[in-house]
Design a protein around this ligand. Structure first.
Ligand code: ADP
Ligand code: MG
Length: 657
């Protein structure tokens, strides 16, 4: 007898379930997608024990007739595609015909369903893939599926489940994000004890965000919306011999982006709050994450991540969703086009919003990891997640390199402020005891601002008003105090100038117009052998930035010209910094990263230092130049440039409102 045999359907389904269902949240995902595909407008989900004991989902979709309901549990049974051609343009969320048989093979499942036109509905009971009972039943139109005891017959799987609270938080995150993608539908999620989400239909996505996350989060986000006609279609045209005489080449479709991206001050320690949907399907995609990170480059520190909720719409032919059994990955047919569109759209939205760090926000900045984008009513805190985030915190270089002296909050000997002031005492203490480090390290990283601490996000300052600032003077010859109608501002003179120079260097570099100065004496710099290699790699880029350098002996280079503003020690430091940073990067580092790093380094070393006296004209000039920049919010290393103590904050502090 041969060794090979064909697996039973039962085993085949369990194998498929291994790919499709790895935890309760993936069951919820499949069932939710089925309800949406069935045109449901109301979806109610109930879970017990994080979904291990029960997941019940009811919808008011088109339902199924008796035959279809039985067929739905056969492998590869689907109403959504017919031929392989259909795979090229999938407009539904499901299409593999695998989810129901897979889920039924690893649980005890009850289904009731009815089509509106039918007098009676159907009830089906299945356990471990075996149909136990099929009955007629009186039920309202729509479908309800209850999945009991998930993984009851696959103990190995069951062992991998995390704590109930962890599984529940995955389910909650999933339902939340589908609810965000479909604001016009009613979503409810209940756990055995309480309602986790109740979102009645609303007209606009922003209203749904408000419903789910509240006003604070909404105020931290900038809406994005853009549309672009594609230059061509992603699918190749059929060969000439397959075209009939009235063949018309397909018209390229439109690419649309809508959604919300976070302002620079809202930063997360990981990428868990980056969510995007492609044709209403929640997907993970490295290409888009890359585009997002590019968009935020030099706006937030490289170790922080934004919050993104983005919906991409494109003709179904432009995206291949048949890449991964769980359908969470996609392949774009015109990937670089989409990458650049996402990057540029986000960048433009950020430029237009130009938000500033509010004064209090930066002062009260604290360093705890903020949770991923989850509803405020989020479930029981998850101890394992907390542990993970603590670990993350401890190993976070941002935290370790934080110099406590810069923002020491120790109380001054006698507080000049009456105790009843709600928060300004803290602010003034911070100012009063602030000791400034004399040396300033540009590569130094600072604490993340925790935007969840925003005191009054409703009046998020708009940096367009920077242009109207009038300088009053300097604080410790390091910070410019300025006023306008919006309130009192404190501007870090070094990082402000750094931002101005950074954008100028990048701009001038583009047109090869970086102003250079010849050095009276060439400056000789000795390099290590591996630094010579690094130098060779970036020599052309340095040249574009106004440097003139040539080898001078085997391990020495001679700098003959440098960008205006950089000289002596600063020049030497800047070059060693760039060489060291480049050395640390991998070979595959992209050119753009090196380019912005060099520009950031030039800007940092040429910028006005702290502890430098500025006359009023120079302060005015600096503020005016800052107002003209694209991102007056944060320096190229991501730290805030301007803090605002708003008129409202001031009035409140004096208890006038
Ligand atoms: P797929 O979604 O890939 O088609 P599934 O196994 O998830 O495969 O579902 C099989 C079929 O069952 C679907 O094609 C659909 O016709 C039907 N179906 C599943 N869930 C529902 C539902 N909630 N309402 C109506 N029909 C459903
Ligand atoms: Mg499905």
């Amino acid at each position: 007898m041969g060794r090979i045999r064909i697996l039973t359907d039962q085993v085949a389904n369990q194998i498929a379930a291994g790919e499709v269902v790895d935890r309760p949240a993936s069951v919820v995902k499949e069932l939710l997608e089925n309800s949406l595909d069935a045109g449901a407008t109301r979806i109610r989900i109930e879970v017990e024990a994080g979904g291990r004991k029960l997941i019940r989902i009811s919808d008011d979709g088109h339902g199924m007739g008796r035959d279809d309901a039985m067929l739905a549990f056969e492998r590869h049974a689907t109403s959504k595609i017919r031929s392989s051609d259909d795979l090229l343009s999938i407009a539904t969320l499901g299409f593999r015909g695998e989810a129901l048989p897979s889920i039924a093979s690893i649980s005890r499942l009850d289904l009731t369903t009815r089509m509106e036109a039918d007098a009676t509905g159907t009830a089906i009971e299945i356990a471990g893939g075996k149909i136990l009972r099929v009955d007629d039943i009186g039920v309202p139109p729509g479908t309800t599926i209850a999945v009991h005891d998930l993984f009851f017959n696959t103990p190995a799987r069951r062992k991998f489940l995390k704590a109930e609270s962890t599984e529940l938080s995955h389910v909650t995150a999933l339902v939340t994000h589908y609810a965000l993608a479909h604001p016009d539908k009613h979503f409810e999620l209940h756990s055995s004890t309480h309602a986790l989400l109740v979102a009645p239909p609303v007209r606009k996505p922003s209203e749904r965000i408000f419903q789910i996350f509240g006003n604070d989060t909404l105020q931290q986000l900038v809406p994005v919306a853009a549309e672009l006609r594609m230059e061509r279609t992603g699918l190749p045209e059929p060969p000439p011999w397959k075209r009939n005489e009235n063949y018309e080449p397909p018209a390229p479709g439109y690419l649309r982006i809508s959604g919300f991206v976070s302002k620079p001050e809202l930063q997360k320690l990981n990428r868990n709050s980056i969510y995007f949907f492609v044709n209403k399907r929640l997907v993970r995609d490295r290409l888009i994450v890359h585009a997002v990170i590019e968009a935020y480059r030099n706006i937030i520190p490289p170790t922080s991540f934004p919050v993104i909720l983005m919906f991409l719409e494109m003709p179904p032919e432009e995206v291949d969703v048949n890449v991964h059994p769980a359908k969470t990955e996609v392949r774009f047919r015109q990937s670089s086009f989409i990458h650049d569109f996402v990057r540029d759209t986000i960048r433009n939205a950020l430029i237009n919003a130009r938000p500033a760090a509010s004064f209090l926000q930066a002062i009260t900045a604290s360093a705890h990891a903020t949770p991923a984008l989850l509803p405020e009513i989020s479930p029981i805190p998850d101890p394992s997640a907390l542990e993970a985030s603590l670990e993350e915190l401890q190993s976070d270089p941002l935290i370790e390199t934080h110099d406590a002296a810069t923002f020491s909050l120790s109380a001054p000997e006698s507080s000049p402020m009456p105790e009843s002031l709600p928060f300004s005492a803290e602010v003034l203490q911070a100012l009063g005891s602030m000791s400034l480090p004399t040396a300033h390290n540009c590569g130094e990283q600072i604490l993340n601002e925790d935007a969840e601490n925003v005191v009054d996000a409703a009046i998020a300052p708009n940096l367009n008003s920077l242009a109207s600032l009038k300088p009053l003077g300097q604080l410790r010859e390091s910070f410019i105090l300025a006023v306008n109608d919006e309130g009192l501002w404190i501007i870090d003179q070094h990082v402000a100038h750094e931002r101005v120079l950074f954008e100028r260097v990048l701009r001038d570099r583009e047109v090869e117009k970086v102003q250079r100065q010849q050095l009276l004496m060439p400056m000789l710099i000795d390099l290590m052998p591996e630094q010579m290699i690094v130098f060779a790699r970036i020599a052309a880029e340095l040249e574009r930035n106004g440097f003139e350098a040539e080898p001078f002996g085997p391990r020495t280079i001679a700098i003959k010209a440098a960008p205006v503003g950089l000289e002596g020690r600063q020049l030497e430091r800047m070059l060693t910094e760039v060489l060291e940073q480049t050395e640390r990067e991998t070979q595959s580092e992209n050119l753009e990263a090196a380019r912005t790093r060099i520009a950031a380094s030039i800007a940092c070393h040429a910028a006005i230092k702290i502890n430098t006296r500025l006359d009023p004209r120079r302060m005015e000039w600096l503020l005016a130049e800052l107002a003209k920049t694209e991102h007056p919010t944060s320096c190229p290393h991501g730290r805030p440039i301007a803090l605002r103590y708003s008129w409202k904050d001031i009035q409140r502090a004096f208890q006038r409102i």
